[in-house]
Design a protein around this ligand. Structure first.
Ligand code: NDP
Length: 406
């Protein structure tokens, strides 16, 4: 970036307008972030927004948010985005390297909301600028947790959790007295199949799996919620974000998604954060932190809700949570392998190439077959991720051919 542009951005920050970028702007979290930025235009100046293939979505968002730069990761989309933004003065770039370059631009706040480990290089680039990173891309932390947390410390960056559960914990966690915390409790909605018998799970469709009862989210995380892999990934995420050992991280199913998570203290007190299931609340918390800004989320009406219920997770129908605990316990490269295999399995399920119950089975198989040596660099994580994807893809092929189908 030219020195003069960096100077302009810092000058804007010093005038009180915070500079922000959104990685994964066209996704569910990205759009919720855009909603908040549009609502608080006087506070924020948008520097860069990125997308993968959604050209029209990127053009529409760029016209609304007026960033300096719009990046499409898929180079095939470049000409369309360029044409769509002609005459606006917004610079356009394409390709994965351009996404990383956008993430490297100095800003006060970056939303890291690219789904999957595709977000790893851009998120690491944002961390290296020392920015405040609002962090949604949980797969990156699962795959590269220790390395990512070390980079945050090294570069003086700040990671603010966007995931509603981790954001809830962040709001009630006494960082000054971590020894006073006995355990943290993540709530899980239980997903669309919470009460569906195991035999019926074999035949569920992608449409049923993405129809989450409480949250509107991207397809991948919706399927993860249906398998409960999402909660397992969140246990690993919480382990890194809050330096809590696995046995001190509990999961409780809470079908209403009102209590977003809880922290239990040694004196028996349990503190929780509540809100309606709307990602604009945790995103607003990270955007304004340590202040607060208004978010248009529906207000909580406890009298109307009436009952909040809780139940233990069913490990038999939803083995993915146990797989994540297993990977976390094994450490090293096991979480990266689990994550990569899950990304491949979810994509194959969404493409109707494998069944719903094949997802955790395939992840378990991949964990037994891919290497799990502890990665010592981000490049190692990328290599492990690639190897695990290769193994998982061949397992998908086996299942498709009917050889390994359970
Ligand atoms: P979506 O699928 O809705 O959006 C993903 C975003 O990432 C899109 O902007 C997409 O671009 C972009 N993207 C996808 N692949 C690539 C790639 N290879 N290179 C660059 N950009 C890419 O996902 P969500 O918004 O639902 O989730 C984003 C992340 O946030 C996930 O890690 C998820 O687990 C986490 N999260 C999501 C929550 C939610 O409520 N949705 C809640 C808590 C966490 P395009 O649109 O062009 O495909």
């Amino acid at each position: 970036m030219a020195v003069s542009e960096a100077a302009v951005l810092r000058e804007q920050a010093s005038r009180g307008r915070r500079t922000v970028s959104i990685l994964g702007a066209t996704g569910s979290v990205g759009r919720s972030t855009a909603d908040l930025l549009a609502l608080h235009r006087e506070r924020y100046e948008v520097v860069a927004i990125t997308a993968h293939r959604d050209r029209d979505g990127l053009v529409a968002l760029a016209r609304e948010l007026r960033p300096r730069l719009a990046v499409i990761a898929d180079p095939a989309g470049y000409a369309d985005v360029l044409a769509g933004l002609a005459g606006t003065g917004i610079a356009v770039a394409a390709g994965p390297e351009a996404v990383v370059e956008a993430a490297s631009r100095p800003v006060d706040w970056v939303m890291a909301a690219i789904v999957g480990t595709a977000g790893l290089a851009p998120t690491m680039a944002a961390i290296r600028t020392g920015a405040t990173v609002a962090f949604a891309s949980k797969e990156c932390l699962v795959a590269a947790g220790a390395l990512m947390m070390a980079a945050i410390r090294r570069h003086g960056a700040t990671l603010l959790p966007v995931d509603s559960e981790h954001n809830a914990i962040f709001q009630v966690f006494d960082f000054a007295r971590p020894e006073s915390i006995e355990r943290i409790i993540l709530t899980a909605s239980g997903g669309p199949f919470r009460t569906v018998p195991r035999a019926a799970l074999a035949g569920v469709t992608p449409e049923q799996a993405v129809a989450h009862p409480n949250w509107r989210m991207g397809a991948k995380i919706s399927v993860d919620s249906a398998t409960m892999m999402n909660k397992g990934l969140e246990v690993i995420e919480a382990h890194h974000l809050f330096a809590m050992p696995g046995p001190k991280i509990d999961v409780v199913v809470h079908p209403q998604s009102i209590v977003h998570s809880l922290v239990a203290y040694v004196d028996g007190s349990v503190l929780a954060q509540l809100g309606s299931p709307d990602m604009r609340t945790p995103i607003a918390h990270t955007l304004a932190w340590p202040d607060r800004i208004a978010a248009p989320s529906p207000r909580l009406d406890l009298a109307r809700i009436g009952t909040l219920s809780f139940e233990a997770p069913d490990d038999e129908r939803f083995p993915a949570l146990g797989l994540c605990r297993q990977a976390m316990g094994a450490g090293g490269g096991a979480p990266a392998v689990l994550n990569a295999a899950n990304e491949v399995a979810v994509a194959a399920f969404l493409d109707r190439r494998i069944g719903f119950l094949d997802i955790p089975a395939l992840v378990a198989d991949a964990m037994g077959r891919a290497g799990t040596a502890a990665p010592s660099s981000i490049e190692d994580v990328v290599a492990l991720d690639r190897e695990a994807r290769h193994v998982a893809a061949s397992l998908v092929g086996d299942r498709e051919a009917g050889m390994g189908r359970r």
